[in-house]
Design a protein. Structure first.
Length: 529
């Protein structure tokens, strides 16, 4: 039998994991009863996909030869091809019991476990099976290679290298073997040897994308990110890179905070020629993180065309429109997201925040109620609902809801701020001032509370304290609209010559749009993806 390492067309580790039909060349001491002709016939039936005939032939043969391990090996192949994992494993194990160290059955059993790696203990069982074969035949080529591969995955790097060293000289130069050596050198922290192995891998004949991609997780786990990037770029240079390579590159760059490079990697991917909606959304995410809002919106528009019923794309599009200060477009897109997924609490919350900012608090109330009902333990839902009630001038309802979350750490400062506004609207300046001071005590960097407190000071004629409050607010947020508006009021009341310049500044800030929805979105830290 040739080694599967030599036979692999792709050169990948995964390609070696496939059940194979074997005929033993040398029966040796094993008890063999079935005829070669019968075995050849079963073998041909399996290879042609006629599993029913193969199974029937096996039934007949096993009645005559119940102790022939080759028949159990074939039975395991048929059962594996029929998706009967447990029965296949039992058949292969029976063959090995009848003929300890039976290489054909050992290899097939090991491969079966590898094909079902998601099963608990499957890879450990595969390794145990290969080691069982190696106990009988220490130089077995494929068993050594597969053992090295599995040991690499479990982080037993020295042991893996020992098995690789047993491979013939010809196979030592094979790309798949060099890839495993590079991974194990990285695992052992041998930087210079890792670099050398990487160079040898890139120059190896028969290099495939899978050879590189399969060892990237080991390189990253051992902080050899630069080596991983060099190997992935090498695939691109040798025209071996598929979309998977560019995705790996993008992921590595993104984890390192190199957002521009991550985006460039995806934009260089062949997938860009015929992109899926998911791919475009990923590029849009990177553009968004790079603060290229127009670019993100362009990719999302294309994604939305491809998948018009994808609610997450509409939601992301709406968030970008918020940041671009395109309220009508944001509202339309978020309405569509909610239509497609009406029970999503975050969609409802975000749409409610936009409606509050667009001075439609009556409409927002229902969406915030949905969020609160869906996440009753999250006080931020009640806070947002209280804000909507206040903006709709339903002061009693606002007060009741806001008081329910006024002592919660997540909402205390915001609730006290709006309770102060409720009191101020109810002509209770002393109560309002008390709430604003409590909000500032919790969060000294809350400009709204300083600005509202300054208003109360001005109404009382205490302009010096009002100016101090506004100075605190503007120190935190120089472009805060309400604080600048209050400062204009102070200048006008005190006949300050700076009033004209401050009015121009307020007009400019007013053009930038409302801030109420941003307060609510910041409260929940809405993520668009």
């Amino acid at each position: 039998m040739k080694s599967a390492i030599c036979d692999r067309k792709t050169g990948s580790i995964a390609a070696a994991v496939c059940l194979t039909v074997f005929l033993m060349d040398s029966p040796g001491a094993f008890q063999m009863e079935a005829s070669v002709e019968q075995l050849s016939r079963i073998q041909q039936q399996i290879r042609s996909g006629d599993l029913t005939s193969a199974s029937n032939e096996l039934d007949q043969a096993m009645q005559v030869s119940p102790s022939d391990p080759r028949l159990f090996n074939f039975r395991g192949v048929v059962e594996a091809k029929n998706g009967q994992f447990d029965r296949a494993a039992a058949s292969f194990r029976k063959a090995i019991t009848l003929a300890p160290g039976f290489p054909d059955a050992c290899l097939n059993l090991g491969r079966l476990y590898q094909e079902h790696a998601q099963r608990p203990g499957a890879l450990d069982n595969a390794l145990r099976t290969y080691l069982e074969l190696l106990a009988k035949d220490p130089g077995h080529v494929e068993a050594n290679y597969q053992a090295a591969s599995l040991l690499t995955r479990r982080g037993s790097y020295s042991a893996a290298l020992q098995h690789l060293s047993r491979l013939p000289a010809e196979l030592q130069q094979h790309a798949a073997t060099r890839a495993l050596r590079c991974a194990n050198m990285a695992g052992l922290g041998r930087k210079a040897q890792t670099e050398t192995s990487a160079s040898e891998l890139l120059s190896a004949p028969g290099l495939t994308e899978t050879d590189v991609v399969s060892i990237v997780p080991v390189l990253l786990a051992n902080h050899d990110d630069d080596v991983a990037v060099r190997l992935l770029l090498g695939l691109q240079t040798r025209s071996l890179a598929s979309a998977a390579t560019f995705h790996h590159l993008a992921t590595i760059h993104e984890k390192k905070g190199r957002i521009r490079e991550a985006r460039a990697a995806l934009e260089s991917s062949p997938e860009m020629l015929n992109p899926s909606a998911g791919f475009l959304s990923r590029v849009a995410q990177l553009a968004y993180e790079a603060k290229d809002l127009e670019g993100a919106l362009g990719y999302l528009a294309r994604a939305r065309t491809l998948e018009p019923e994808n609610s997450s794309i509409h939601f992301f599009f709406g968030i970008v429109c918020i940041d671009l200060k395109l309220p009508p477009e944001a509202r339309a897109s978020l309405l569509e997201a909610v239509r497609l997924q009406p029970e999503n609490p975050f969609y409802n919350y975000t749409l409610g925040a936009i409606l509050v900012g667009q001075k439609n608090p009556d409409e927002a109330i229902g969406y915030f109620r949905k969020y609160r009902d869906a996440r009753p333990r999250d006080p931020r839902g009640a806070f947002a609902l209280g804000v909507a009630y206040f903006e709709a001038y339903e002061l009693d309802a606002a007060r009741q809801v806001l008081e329910s979350v006024a002592n919660n750490p997540e909402t205390r400062s915001g609730a006290q701020l709006y309770l102060g506004r409720v009191a101020l609207s109810s002509n209770q300046p002393d109560a309002a001032a008390s709430h604003f001071l409590k909000a500032i005590q919790v969060n000294p960097k809350l400009p709204d509370a300083h600005a509202e407190l300054a208003l109360i000071r001005m109404r009382r004629g205490d302009y010096a304290l009002a100016q101090k409050d506004l100075a605190c607010a503007l120190a935190v947020s120089p472009d805060h609209y309400l604080s600048n508006l209050r400062l204009l009021m102070l200048y006008e009341r005190t006949r300050d010559p700076r009033a004209a310049g401050q009015k121009r500044r307020v007009d400019q800030l007013r053009e930038r749009g409302e801030e109420k929805e941003r307060l609510l979105l910041r409260s929940l830290d809405i993520r668009p993806y």
